[in-house]
Design a protein around this ligand. Structure first.
Ligand code: TYD
Length: 201
């Protein structure tokens, strides 16, 4: 039954809502499941999250390494043990976030990122990645008024690069990704994600 499902998308794409909804569906059926969120999920991850959000100036490479350090800890301490016990892990962001944000967004070397992703995860890959795709303007407008995130103040063009990055990643592995229009009603998206997850379980 062990299964690893990742939600990806730009800021304001509705990942967290869908991740929580999937978690509820699984638990209602008595399936052992947990949800985690990057960066975070461990004491180290939480400290790095605070640091990343503090506004402290950081070079792109420092930023990359902090995300990877948080991920290495999360995989070893939380994700792998839960999967080893046969549970379903739902992750709000994983390795593709780094390819999209630090690779496509910041312009860091893609091979370096892939190498660090492999090292940090020990090669663990999702059974399914759900991409919630929607126009950048719509996503940012949704975020309006909420607490600023790490990249909320970045220029719209930065967010466009990220969206393009996600589309390229998903297109290169159609089997592994479920691409959904994030503008559709939440309940409809939740049902579609659930039927896909059932085929995997
Ligand atoms: P968060 O508040 O968790 O945003 P969201 O709810 O959209 O996930 O902030 C996380 C931010 O960190 C988000 O802007 C994406 C960014 N990020 C990266 O740049 N690289 C990464 O590897 C990860 C995991 C997140």
């Amino acid at each position: 039954m062990a299964c690893f499902i990742v939600f990806e998308g730009g800021d304001g794409s509705g990942k967290s809502t869908q991740a929580r909804s999937l978690l509820r569906r699984l638990r209602r059926r008595g399936i052992k499941a947990m949800r985690t969120h990057e960066p975070g999920g461990t004491l180290l991850g939480q400290s790095l999250r605070n640091l990343l959000k503090s506004g402290e100036p950081m070079t792109p490479i420092s930023e990359l390494m902090l995300f990877e350090a948080a991920r290495a800890q999360l995989v070893q301490q939380v994700i792998k043990p839960f999967l080893d016990q046969g549970g379903v892990v739902i992750a709000d962001r994983f390795t593709s976030s780094t390819v999209a944000y630090q690779g496509y967004g910041r312009g860091l070397d893609r091979e370096l990122i892939e190498r660090l992703n492999r090292e940090a995860t020990g090669g663990l890959e999702p059974d399914l990645t759900v991409l919630l795709d929607l126009p950048v303007e719509t996503a940012l407008a949704r975020k309006g008024g909420k607490q600023a995130d790490t990249f909320d103040d970045a220029p719209v063009d930065f967010h466009r690069k990220i969206r393009r990055g996600y589309s390229a990643l998903a297109a290169s592995d159609p089997e592994g990704w479920l691409i959904l229009d994030g503008q559709r009603p939440q309940e409809e998206l939740s049902r579609e994600i659930w039927s896909k997850v059932q085929t995997i379980l």
